[in-house]
Design a protein around this ligand. Structure first.
Ligand code: ATP
Length: 328
């Protein structure tokens, strides 16, 4: 097959996300199908700087789609943000004869790819992050698995908080983005969801819904807090105790949300995105981010994608409030 590139380097970078392995597999198998060689770079940009690589053949990616984490490991590299680090990374690309890179990660990973594109290497980004915070894409690899993992824990918590008539404050991941918190909150029937994108009026957003639910006969309360909300789960719980004297317990779900076998949705999306990424490179395209729009896989110019903003879904938040009986 006549393709615009001949050797692709693939790596995972930033926070890991379930489904990254399915994306790696798709990149490798699609490349090989097209007669393109594929090199796995371990530990993201750190590995590119240090020449940490492995050749990926057909069998090396067998049976990895169902596994959480990333077989290529992931890392954040401060050194790559400096020119000297980037020059070392470029030297590795030259030494290995890489004419293209596929980076699976978040916005930071895509920014990094852009800096290398200036040197004539074709680059494609695949959105892999449990936060679903990539503006150009309605979906990011890992989000569905993380939602389901969080829900499973919350369902268990609800059993015990109901028995003891408690208020449960659950902190979910999301420093700057509350998409995970909103999806989890709707799915578990939370009384309150707090996200970093919106300032919290404690009386209006927390105490009033809890009080109304109590007046309606509810004796247990689920409060979902994204970790980026000021004070986090512990701060919110402290205030709930002060205002209501409810027996309030905090659970920080933490990194457990990043692990586990990816759901069918994450494996499917990751596979489609990996396939699309290599086809773009084969056609001679560069500086693209693979994205989802509805059920379709599309792609955007990286610079354009990085300039976009993803707002929190107001409709979902207002639906959540309507369903918990909070009006006005
Ligand atoms: P996550 O959504 O999990 O945070 P991410 O890809 O946004 O994923 P970052 O830590 O922001 O995670 O970025 C990953 C790596 O990309 C960084 O460690 C750094 O090496 C590189 N990177 C980030 N921003 C830049 C930049 N402006 N210029 C060059 N490289 C960058």
């Amino acid at each position: 097959m006549d393709t615009a590139v001949h050797r692709i380097g693939v790596f995972t970078s930033g926070g890991d996300a379930p489904g990254m392995n399915a994306a790696i597999r798709a990149v490798v198998r699609t490349s090989l199908h097209m007669g393109i060689e594929c090199i796995g770079i371990r530990r993201g940009y750190h590995g590119l700087i240090n020449g940490d690589f492995t050749r990926l053949d057909f069998e090396s990616v067998s049976d990895i789609s169902r596994r959480g984490g990333t077989i290529l490991y992931s890392a954040r590299s401060l050194e790559f943000k400096e020119e000297a680090g980037r020059n070392k990374a470029l030297a590795t690309c030259k030494l290995l004869g890489l004419d293209a890179l596929v980076g699976i990660g978040g916005d930071g990973t895509f920014r990094g790819l852009l800096t290398l594109a200036d040197s004539g290497i074709s680059v494609i980004g695949i959105p892999g992050t449990i936060d679903n915070d990539i503006a150009c894409s309605s979906y990011t690899v890992g989000y569905d698995t993380a939602c389901n993992t969080a829900l499973e824990s919350i369902d268990r918590l609800r059993d015990t908080m109901k028995s003891h008539e408690r208020c449960s404050v659950v902190e979910v991941m999301g420093h700057r983005a509350g998409h995970l918190a909103v999806a989890v909150g709707i799915s578990c029937g939370a009384t309150v969801v707090l996200v970093p994108e919106q300032p919290v009026d404690f009386q209006r957003d927390v105490i009033t819904p809890i009080r109304q639910a109590r007046l309606g006969g509810r004796t247990h309360f689920m409060v979902i807090v994204a970790e980026g909300v000021p004070g986090g789960g512990y701060g919110v719980a402290q205030q709930i105790k002060e205002y209501t004297a409810l027996d309030t317990r905090v659970t920080v779900l933490g990194h457990v949300q990043r692990g586990g076998s990816p759901t069918a949705r994450d494996r499917m999306v990751a596979t489609n995105m990996g396939y699309h990424a290599v086809r773009l490179l084969a056609e001679g395209k560069t500086c693209r981010v693979v994205a989802m729009e509805g059920d379709n896989i599309i792609d955007y110019d990286i610079t354009e994608a990085l300039g976009m903003k993803k707002e929190i879904d107001e409709y979902s938040l207002s639906m959540l409030r309507d369903l918990t009986g909070v009006h006005g």
